[in-house]
Design a protein around this ligand. Structure first.
Ligand SMILES: *Cc1c(COP(=O)(O)O)cnc(C)c1O
Length: 288
């Protein structure tokens, strides 16, 4: 919205006279602990939802992109999005045809950076503290002009989002480490860790464990556990609560709990930590 114009930057969140509508597919209006729409409004912009929560066509995006006062198209690449999959390349092209830039929020998708940049997006946002395992910070990639515009907002509302110098050096170290990593070896290690967890979970008679691939195409799978009701009076929800209440507290992914599925993300975990999880599950489910 502001470019590098100092007056525009000083005026935010006042966007009078600036194009300020951010087009977002309705199914991408996620909540990652905060509603993304509020994050947009914080800058003075106005989120405009395109399509419905289960469907948004390129046609619907085009219709909104033509409207006066539109600033950009925002797409979200995350397992949190719902509805039909949107063809990112086609969506980016539609924005470019309307003379507008695109932003992809790919917070947890640093391992898909090349794919996401390949869509032709003008900006890509990544969280440093997710799979990159750096201290909390954000990474912005994109065209020089737009990255310069974001940077210029350091002297405006960006000040409130300032990353510490310790975090910045941590991010640089994490990027260096990632660059020397062998992806095939990493994937094999993750697959082996997962297979061992699933094998051991399946030895608990009250459980059924299997692996499920990441739905966004991240290069690893997660473990899914279901509790066999006939063999225990602790259901999936009961198991999740008991895991939380124990020491150490164990948190799982709960988004599939309605289907009685408990998802475990093992990527950041060590073998010793995995052993603690299996021990706790067994204590909760297996009667003494
Ligand atoms: C995690 C997440 C965020 C928030 O990122 P922070 O780095 O925690 O601010 C935003 N968008 C998506 C899609 C996320 O997954």
């Amino acid at each position: 919205m502001t470019g590098t114009d100092q007056q525009n930057i000083a005026n935010l969140p006042d966007v009078t006279a600036l194009p300020s509508k951010v087009i977002l597919p309705a199914a991408h209006a996620i909540n990652y602990g905060q509603s993304i729409q509020q994050a947009i409004r914080l800058a003075g912009a106005e989120p405009i939802l395109a399509g419905s929560s289960h469907h948004c066509s390129i046609c619907e995006l085009e219709k909104h992109l033509q409207e006066p006062g539109t600033s950009c198209l925002l797409l979200v690449s995350s397992r949190l999005v719902a509805g039909n999959e949107i063809d990112f390349k086609a969506a980016v092209k539609a924005a470019h045809d309307a003379g507008l830039p695109t932003i992809i929020d790919g917070a947890a998708q640093d391992r898909r950076l090349a794919d996401l940049l390949d869509t032709g997006t003008d900006l890509l946002l990544l969280s440093a503290q997710k799979y990159l395992s750096a201290p909390t910070a954000g990474i912005i990639l994109g065209t020089q002009q737009l990255v310069d515009s974001v940077r210029a907002n350091e002297r405006g509302i960006g000040r409130a989002m300032k990353a510490s110098k310790e975090a910045i050096f941590g991010v640089l170290a994490a990027i260096e480490e990632r660059q020397t990593e062998n992806l095939a070896i990493w994937q094999a290690e993750q697959a082996e860790k997962l297979a061992r967890f699933i094998g051991q979970a399946n030895e608990i008679p009250q459980l059924e464990a299997f692996s499920i691939p990441d739905m966004t195409g991240l290069p690893f799978s997660r473990a899914c556990l279901t509790v066999t009701r006939s063999k225990t009076n602790v259901g999936a929800a009961g198991l999740v609560e008991a895991l939380k209440m124990g020491t150490p507290g164990i948190r799982v992914m709960e988004h599939a709990l309605r289907e009685e599925r408990i998802i475990f993300e093992l990527v950041p975990l060590h073998e010793t930590e995995i052993a603690v999880i299996l021990e706790r599950i067994s204590e909760i489910l297996v009667p003494k």
